[in-house]
Design a protein around this ligand. Structure first.
Ligand code: BG6
Ligand code: MG
Length: 218
């Protein structure tokens, strides 16, 4: 059987943590006197922690000193981590475990390609750490999505050419990054939002094993 590199984003693809990021950012904005809409939140998905705060402050028209900015970053992450603390395997998104098990069984190389600096503790929390041959996260890259660096590093670690890699992503920035890396992009979410992906599925329950087999063999 041929090998393809399968690269998974974390937040909103493997685990339902996108809602926790949203909640923590929303609370931060509310504290500063404004709100974030679900539409605005789509633009924060896949975006680094620092860039997210810069964007949110622009939306609210709020200027902070460097120490206030850093203080809010720390506070947001502490709130986020308090939600993560309560996570268990139940928060792995439906059928993710099934697809990962198939890929492991079929001996396909698997990578994580995430913007998050919390990726490893989250994977450990939901018992998925050992499924990945390599993990490239927010601690390893200098350029955030939509730059393709995170996925190109993952492909390199897997010893795979980018055109033989498939990326699962729930964010606009991440699909753009996968496309720029010359990889096959699979959007997980709304077709209206992720229309630039090569394929879009609402979630993994819509993905048949035959579809994955075809990706491996073509
Ligand atoms: C991405 C999320 O995966 O990671 C973003 O989609 C988040 O919402 C980014 O801001 C950075 O995550 P963290 O855990 O390092 O703050
Ligand atoms: Mg994501």
């Amino acid at each position: 059987m041929k090998n393809k590199g399968f690269i998974f984003d974390l937040d909103g693809v493997i685990v339902d943590t996108a809602k926790y990021h949203y909640l923590a950012w929303k609370n931060l904005a509310n504290e500063l006197g404004f709100d974030i809409t679900p539409e605005q939140n789509e633009l924060l998905k896949g975006v680094s922690r620092i860039r997210s705060l810069e964007t949110i402050l622009e939306w609210g028209g709020v200027k902070l000193s460097e120490s206030e900015f850093n203080g809010h970053l720390v506070k947001k992450n502490e709130e986020y981590l308090s939600y993560i603390e309560g996570m268990s395997e139940d928060e792995i998104l439906p059928d993710v475990t099934k697809i990962l098990a198939y890929l492991v069984d079929a001996k396909q190389p698997i990578a994580l390609g995430s913007a998050s600096k919390n990726a490893r503790p989250i994977l450990a929390k939901v018992n998925l750490l050992e499924k990945f041959d390599t993990i490239v996260d927010g601690n390893d890259v200098t350029k955030a999505k939509p730059d393709p660096e995170v996925f190109l590093n993952a492909a390199k670690n897997l010893n795979m050419d980018p055109e033989n890699c498939i990326v699962f992503e729930d964010s606009v920035a991440g699909v753009t990054a996968a496309n720029s890396a010359n990889m096959i992009s699979i959007g997980i979410g709304d077709k209206e939002v992720l229309g630039h992906a090569d394929h879009v599925f609402k979630d993994f329950t819509e993905i048949e094993i035959d579809f994955i087999k075809e990706l491996v063999t073509t």
